[in-house]
Write a protein that binds this ligand. Structure first.
Ligand SMILES: C[S@@+](CC[C@H](N)C(=O)[O-])C[C@H]1O[C@@H](n2cnc3c(N)ncnc32)[C@H](O)[C@@H]1O
Length: 302
């Protein structure tokens, strides 16, 4: 920690740099950091959005993650919020069946790309914000997704409280994270982080458990459009030496096995309002209530 006077000089020097920068569409990194204190720049998508787009296409082509997400909480007909939406790759896909889709993104450059992407999508919108600062009204969303959301985990209690605030009663939050216990992607992660004490996937699991989230493992994959594309994506995510070593023993053209952990939290978990087994979705909750009022039965609920 610098001496207070020295720090004052340094901070005003930084502000000078900010004020004197040429006017442009994006605030400086410092300004972004100051506005969203929990924002941590993504090394992959922010460094090379085009290659990250190929990575998302490879995940979409495989389809298994998408199917698992729909299984947990299908967004058809509901209001969905995507926290940390990046360039908004998934927003039009959600919007195809959701009632409305809102993307929130703190990185100004990615935010702009996401806005451009959904410009002609009537039921999709993108806003500046972060997990800790969601620009969304209380109880406005049925489903919240946070994909590859390294900003959830130890220390992210404020972000989780924000998500609970914007979810309607009966809503579902899914944080989509890497499963370190299965698949080639996790092998690559182990190789790349070997000996790095700061990496603590068990700590993340524990944090979610402490916050009453369920953990669902999904055995998904990447299907790149070509072997060259697979290699390019791998080199975005991992150091060259790790990719070189990995590719010695496997074909570049094979799909990559990709373990995903879904951490699923429900809005009512903290304060259950009914002694009945509460269904996953508000739709289900509403139909149960209707059935109780009208005396009709509800499929699948005894
Ligand atoms: C690995 S990228 C994933 C982007 C997008 N979800 C996707 O799957 O294409 C993580 C994203 O989270 C954003 N991010 C970083 N810190 C955040 C925070 N505190 N709250 C919300 N988003 C954040 C990054 O700017 C980046 O866009």
């Amino acid at each position: 920690m610098p001496h207070r006077r020295e720090w004052r000089i340094r901070s005003s020097a930084v502000l000078c740099v900010c004020r004197s920068r040429p006017p442009g569409p994006f605030p400086s990194e410092l300004e972004t950091y100051l506005s969203f204190k929990d924002f941590r720049r993504a090394d992959n998508i922010a460094a090379d959005p085009q290659t990250y787009e190929r990575e998302n296409e490879a995940i979409a082509r495989d389809g298994r993650l998408d199917a698992a997400l729909r299984e947990v909480a299908d967004w058809a007909g509901w209001d969905l919020l995507d926290v940390g939406a990046g360039t908004g790759f998934w927003l039009p896909r959600y919007a195809a069946s959701a009632a409305s889709v809102t993307g929130v993104e703190p990185d100004p450059q990615l935010l702009q790309a996401a806005r451009d992407r959904v410009r002609s999508v009537d039921n999709a919108d993108v806003m500046a914000g972060s997990a800790e600062h969601l620009p969304v009204a209380d109880a406005a969303m049925d489903i919240v997704h946070a994909r590859f959301a390294y900003f959830f985990g130890r220390g992210a209690d404020a972000g989780l409280a924000e998500v609970r605030r914007v979810l309607r009663q009966g809503g579902t939050f899914i944080a989509i994270d890497i499963d370190w216990g299965w698949g080639e992607f996790s092998e690559l992660l182990q190789m790349a982080t070997n000996g790095n004490a700061a990496i603590d996937p068990d700590g993340t699991d524990t944090w979610w458990r402490e916050h009453a989230a369920d953990r669902i493992s999904v055995r998904a994959g990447w299907q790149a459009a070509s072997s060259q594309e697979m290699e390019t994506i791998l080199r975005l995510e991992f150091p060259d030496a790790v990719v070189d070593e990995f590719l010695v023993t496997r074909e570049r053209s094979d799909p990559l096995s990709f373990g995903v952990a879904l951490f699923v939290a429900h809005r009512w978990r903290r304060r259950p309002t009914t002694r009945l087994r509460v269904p996953r979705h508000r739709a289900r909750a509403e139909s149960m209530i209707r059935a109780l009022v009208t005396g009709n039965s509800v499929d699948g609920v005894a």
